[in-house]
Write a protein that binds this ligand. Structure first.
Ligand SMILES: C[S@@+](CC[C@H](N)C(=O)[O-])C[C@H]1O[C@@H](n2cnc3c(N)ncnc32)[C@H](O)[C@@H]1O
Length: 247
């Protein structure tokens, strides 16, 4: 079970019955409980936090940019910054005003050596330049499928040779029986995290047509097509995966 953090507000957004859940949005109500929501909803989230730190220490270069695209409250952005050398520059991007204001507040409390900026922007408008590391942690899945290839190509084009992209996504499976099993296992995980069947069903309805998953193979091929030279699996737990794509 997730450890209790007294600073975290518990996610109860879908606890009471709703007439018909509105499409999911990253608004102020979600931003207020987002730390708790993501830790209880994404298997492996803490593991990925550690991975970001390790990758930053190995791949993050001085005099380069390191991007966190869809940075939300800045949990990963902070870990990235804390493990970069002096002279590196962090750019956190999110298009939700509620997320960006909270992220700026969270980042301002840290005094690591790498400089940073948090920008409210559609990540499709973010120029990627001189990047040694890019994070897309559960963000691409919220962007229209047809936009995804050009986003990845833009990232690959802006990366230094030897740079790394961490792409984490909820995925789906071609085989219907496998798909059903992985979703069932994931819902077991959510129940274990204290979510009720009603919360699980209502959140699922709210995410319908908002979070569009691809298969792992689609992601792999798309990254290679975008210009990355090598793609390796970094984490898989049920229908949640992280890939490392090397320039
Ligand atoms: C699931 S959250 C990402 C979690 C975060 N990366 C973390 O690890 O804590 C997805 C985030 O992507 C942002 N987002 C979605 N579409 C976006 C876009 N087109 N441009 C920028 N941010 C976007 C949302 O506002 C939200 O904060």
């Amino acid at each position: 079970m997730t450890q209790k953090d007294p600073n975290q507000q518990r996610d109860t957004i879908f606890a009471a019955p709703l007439q018909s859940p509105a499409p999911f949005e990253f608004n102020a109500q979600v931003a207020d409980v987002f730390d708790n929501m993501i830790q209880r909803s994404v298997p492996g989230y803490h593991f990925l936090l550690d991975v970001i730190g390790l990758l930053a220490a190995r791949y993050g270069e001085s005099q380069s940019n390191c991007y966190d695209l869809g940075c939300s409250l800045g949990t990963m952005t902070l870990r990235l910054r804390q493990n970069l050398p002096a002279g590196a520059h962090v750019i956190g991007v999110d298009n939700s005003a509620a997320m960006v204001s909270r992220c700026q507040h969270n980042m301002a409390r840290d005094h690591s050596q790498a400089s940073y900026e948090i920008v409210q922007q559609d990540l499709q408008d973010t120029p990627i330049e001189n990047a040694s590391m890019v994070i897309l942690n559960f963000t691409l899945q919220f962007i229209a499928d047809q936009e995804r290839p050009s986003i990845l190509a833009n990232i690959a084009a802006g990366m230094r040779p030897g740079g790394v992209l961490l792409l984490a996504e909820k995925v789906c499976f071609d085989d219907p029986a496998e798909q059903q099993l992985q979703v069932d296992l994931y819902h077991d995980f959510k129940r274990y995290q204290g979510y009720s069947d009603l919360e699980i069903a209502q959140k699922r309805a709210a995410l319908e047509n908002v979070l569009i998953p691809n298969t792992l193979e689609q992601h792999r091929q798309r990254l290679l097509d975008a210009g990355f030279s090598r793609v390796e699996t970094c984490m898989q737990c049920f229908n949640f995966c992280a890939l490392l794509a090397f320039k």
